[in-house]
Design a protein around this ligand. Structure first.
Ligand SMILES: Cc1cc2nc3c(=O)[nH]c(=O)nc-3n(C[C@H](O)[C@H](O)[C@H](O)COP(=O)(O)OP(=O)(O)OC[C@H]3O[C@@H](n4cnc5c(N)ncnc54)[C@H](O)[C@@H]3O)c2cc1C
Length: 360
């Protein structure tokens, strides 16, 4: 029997091509407006096929066919681009000026400080964020300062926070911000183009650096090892769980099996399509690396610096080759994988990573 999913972009096709083979990144974009697609914690399931031949669910999925050049053009126009780091205006070390925000942040608290600032200045009227903690991440619509503060800190699972977009729309929010992993940033750029779901209400996209997130089974590992008693988790090489007076570490290899399969084919560790991207510095954990990308992102950072919400300093020249090498290697690894078929890149870009030499 020939399946309709072979020809049309239906929920069934999403199921067959992306969810069933384990390639779903858990971004949550496809849930929330379709009664046939549900999220069960961090798992997404298609409960019924439909007969909509050009389903929004498939169109906005970051693991369905993705023409990066088109998304870049829509986001940045024809601006020149660094093949490794993506389009960017500036790269800095940054941290929150407010001591308490700095203290609760994963590193410098820049994401939290900028989110609070964006809300206060009306750039956004709410943000789709990730609350809970590393023993249980939870999608949240944050519409006041306290709700944003409660989301500080990284949870390394794939919280499907985009699943709350329709909730935010129904509540009447007009300028919805997103704090997301790179897959969520890609989905958000696709969503912005879909009028049926009011995608134009996504007004600011802050992306995290991300080399991979964990599958739901990782929560069992945390439980089995009794790690829930710690306050914070981080991955500065090894995997570290810490509280004020104690910490324990595991070699990364011990938890590698929990990395989501969808993350192994992710070509975008720096959230290249975001208005701005934030990660660690890998050298001073009281600061973040901050990359400004769009005009909106540059303006938000300039205003936040001027008003004393964050401080920035020059990104050290000697760190740039290391950052670029890590990203280059990740992109190369992904392009070498036969299952990274969703990536539609131009030949020049492929050649840059896979061609002769193939080293940054
Ligand atoms: C799964 C994952 C993998 C990461 N991998 C890397 C990496 O390899 N290298 C690197 O430099 N940085 C990585 N990061 C980013 C890093 O952990 C910090 O989130 C980032 O540096 C911002 O720090 P901050 O101090 O500004 O964050 P904070 O001010 O503490 O804010 C953290 C923000 O992250 C959001 N958030 C938390 N968990 C998630 C989640 N699971 N999904 C989406 N949003 C979330 C919260 O909503 C909050 O707004 C990763 C983050 C995640 C979630």
């Amino acid at each position: 029997m020939q399946n309709v999913a072979a020809f049309f972009n239906t929920a069934e096709k999403l199921k067959q091509e992306i969810i069933s083979p384990g390639l779903c990144s858990g971004c949550g974009a496809c849930t929330g407006y379709c009664p046939y697609i549900k999220s069960y914690g961090e798992r997404i399931g298609v409960v019924h096929d439909c007969r909509i031949t050009e389903g929004v669910c498939y169109r906005i999925c970051p693991r369905a066919a993705t023409k990066y050049d088109d998304l870049r053009k829509d986001t940045f126009g024809s601006a020149a681009r660094d093949l490794v780091l993506g389009n960017f205006a500036g790269i800095y070390f940054a941290r929150a000026c407010d001591e308490s925000i700095h203290g609760m942040g994963q590193y410098g608290g820049v994401v939290t400080a900028l989110s609070v600032f964006a809300l206060k200045t009306g750039i956004i009227d709410c943000a789709l964020m990730t609350g809970g903690d590393f023993t249980g991440a939870k999608p949240v619509v944050s519409a006041d300062k306290e709700e944003i503060l409660a989301c500080a800190g990284s949870k390394f699972n794939a919280s499907p926070s985009l699943s709350l977009f329709q909730d935010a729309v129904k509540k009447g929010f007009q300028n919805i911000g997103i704090i997301g992993r790179p897959c969520q940033v890609t989905a958000a750029r696709k969503m912005q183009q879909v009028a049926e779901i009011k995608g134009e209400r996504l007004s600011f996209i802050a992306g995290l650096f991300c080399m991979g997130s964990f599958s739901p089974e990782f929560y069992q590992f945390i439980k089995d090892k009794g790690l829930g008693k710690y306050e914070k988790m981080d991955i500065p090489g090894d995997v570290k769980f810490s509280s004020e007076n104690e910490e324990t570490c595991f070699p990364y290899d011990e938890i590698r099996e929990y990395i989501r399969k969808a993350c192994l084919i992710c070509y975008d560790p720096l959230s290249e399509l975001a208005d701005l991207s934030v990660g660690s510095t890998e050298s001073d954990y009281g600061w973040n690396t901050l990359i400004t990308r769009t005009v909106k992102g540059v303006k938000l950072v300039e205003d936040a610096v001027a008003s004393g919400a964050i401080e920035i300093k020059e990104y050290p020249d000697e760190l740039l080759p290391m950052l670029k090498k890590a990203v280059f290697n990740k992109k190369k690894r992904v392009l070498e994988r036969p299952d990274a078929t969703y990536l539609e890149l131009n030949d020049q870009e492929r050649e840059y990573f896979l061609g002769a030499g193939g080293e940054e």
